[in-house]
Design a protein around this ligand. Structure first.
Ligand code: 5GP
Ligand code: ZN
Length: 110
């Protein structure tokens, strides 16, 4: 079972900031910014390459919740990052969106 599935089912501890029937959001354990939350579907979807018409409502739900999660962390300006595939730096093969904020990031993407 993948590390995020283990976090979702509680076998690996994490600092959860949001959970509902479709998703969980928890603090990244190696934060790259003052606010660094990972928003993940409960269902194991491997990457953005595996988003389909059958599961995209889950992704839509995550994006609907992200502003509320950001607000709960005290921010309303943030960057959402998804690494898809090895070359892009995906290290956990369970779809996740990094919610990053609380610091001036500038306008460069990379
Ligand atoms: P990726 O590189 O796949 O886009 O992002 C994976 C993220 O998961 C990394 O930022 C990493 O710090 C985080 N991460 C990996 N393992 C764990 C863990 O066991 N707990 C938490 N909270 N975050 C993790
Ligand atoms: Zn998983």
């Amino acid at each position: 079972m993948c590390v995020f599935c283990e976090i979702i089912n509680g076998n690996i501890p994490s600092e959860k900031v949001w959970e509902d029937e479709l998703m969980v959001a928890f603090k990244d354990n190696a934060p790259a910014a003052p606010v660094h939350v990972l928003a993940v579907p409960r269902r194991h979807i491997e990457s953005a390459n595996c988003i389909t018409g059958e599961n995209s409502a889950i992704v839509a739900h995550i994006f609907e919740m992200i502003p509320k999660i950001a607000k709960s962390q005290g921010i309303d300006s943030y960057r959402i990052v998804n690494n898809c595939g090895k070359q892009a730096g995906q290290t956990v093969q369970h779809l996740h969106f990094h919610l990053l904020g609380g610091v001036e990031m500038g306008d460069k993407i990379l």
